[in-house]
Write a protein that binds this ligand. Structure first.
Ligand code: 3PG
Ligand code: MG
Length: 402
């Protein structure tokens, strides 16, 4: 994989950088700026080297047209604060505003293009449509000189600003992408055992897919978060109004059977925190995982489960964690996530190699007040880190090899 150094002297050159600025927002307030901070080393290196830096990024999943709530304006402001220099935000991606903004850049200055997903060609399945957008991005400023891929969280997406631009411009991985790949590689290639993978979060069907692969690699799979209810249902339990993907129950049954065959432990909660509603102040109680009341909704793993999960984690030499255990944003339902985070910190202190993967778990760790230094690696990528762990070829990385 080519790195920044391979691009040579970039003074006076226009460099297009793909970053992942898909940060959690409360209205226009960024609630966790971890992904922006993670992007700084590459951007600073380019700016210090005198490049004209043009950054492209997405926020959320707009449907290929501008939508005010997905504007990158809050990101531009925060990035400017962190860099200590102005970040001009273009009003569009490759239109008149973008063209004028890029043309006005001087050496060592930076601009951000508006949300790349406001253009339907970015995520198009039609190669020619993506290539056309990539061509327009590459033509900005009278012709971009180089492309730097540093949005690790999106390298699993075959999208115009991730994949297609790298096919038409001299390219390199930024230091964030490089560091992420090196850290994750340690868990993929011959992990020290016991190797435990902790999965949670609410993107249920996204993760059911990776489990099949991890069953062949990990010693223990710990399941929490929204997806746990599909596992409980697969075991024949009532899950009340909890998150459930009924169409995945058979697949999950297959996983449980495969785990038994392979001697892989799947650790499921034995108790859950069940609430009357999805709300911070909802009345709630701890109930056995096989006795969730029909009218309640599971919002966290229970204390017995948290203890069992922590024991499995601290007994491991390699731990990968992706996805919160419960609705950690609400204090009453943050206990499971807190316990898992603490167990990873304890395991790290005892010499284990630990990775926190995923925007949500990384945000959880910081929101709950843990010191990032307590973990071996905190990844900025959720889906991307999982797909790497699965052993998949990621389009945004493969394209950098060529
Ligand atoms: C993420 O938040 O996981 C990345 O930014 C990728 O976003 P996406 O899942 O919408 O492609
Ligand atoms: Mg994500």
């Amino acid at each position: 994989m080519k790195t920044l150094a391979d691009l040579g002297d970039l003074r006076g050159k226009t460099v297009l950088v793909r970053s992942d600025f898909n940060v959690p927002l409360d209205g226009t307030t960024i609630t966790d700026d971890g992904r922006i901070r993670a992007a700084l080393p590459t951007l600073k290196a380019l700016l210090d080297g005198g490049a004209k830096v043009v950054v492209t990024a997405h926020l959320g999943r707009p449907k290929g047209a501008p939508e005010a709530k997905y504007s990158l304006a809050p990101v531009a402001a925060r990035l400017g604060e962190l860099l200590g220099q102005d970040v001009t935000l273009a009003d569009d991606l490759v239109g008149e505003s973008a063209k004028a903004t890029v043309a006005a850049l001087t050496d060592g200055s930076i601009a951000l293009l508006e949300n790349v997903r406001f253009d339907a060609r970015e995520t198009s399945k039609v190669d020619a449509e993506r290539a056309e957008l990539a061509g327009e991005l590459a033509a900005l400023g009278g012709g971009v000189d180089a492309f730097v891929s540093d949005g690790f969280g999106v390298v699993h997406r075959k999208q115009a600003s991730v994949y297609d631009v790298a096919q038409i411009l001299p390219h390199a991985a930024g230091s964030l992408v490089q560091g992420e790949v090196e850290a994750l590689d340690k868990a993929i290639t011959d992990p020290e055992r016991p190797y435990t993978v902790v999965l949670g979060g609410s993107k249920v069907s996204d993760k059911l897919g990776v489990i099949a692969n991890l069953l062949e690699k990990a010693d223990t799979l710990v399941i929490g978060g929204g997806m746990l209810f599909t596992f409980l249902a697969a075991q024949g339990h009532e899950v009340g109004k909890s998150l459930l993907e009924a169409d995945q129950i058979d697949t999950v049954k297959g996983y449980l059977a495969r785990a038994q065959e392979k001697g892989v432990t799947i650790l499921l909660p034995t108790d859950v925190v069940a609430a009357e509603a999805f709300a911070a102040d909802a009345a709630h109680e701890v109930v056995p995982a096989d006795a969730i009341p029909a009218d309640s909704i599971g919002l966290d793993i229970g204390p017995d489960s948290a203890k069992a999960f922590a024991d499995a984690i601290t007994a491991s030499r390699t731990v990968v964690w992706n996805g919160p255990m419960g609705v950690f944003e609400f204090e009453a339902f943050s206990g499971g996530t807190r316990a898992v985070a603490q167990a990873l910190v304890d395991a790290t202190a005892a010499g284990a190699f630990t990775i926190v993967g995923g925007g949500d778990s990384a945000a959880a760790v910081r929101t709950l007040g843990f010191d990032e230094a307590g973990f071996s690696h905190i990844s900025t990528g959720g889906g991307a880190s999982l797909e790497l762990l699965e052993g998949k070829t990621l389009p945004g990385l493969a394209v950098l090899e060529a």
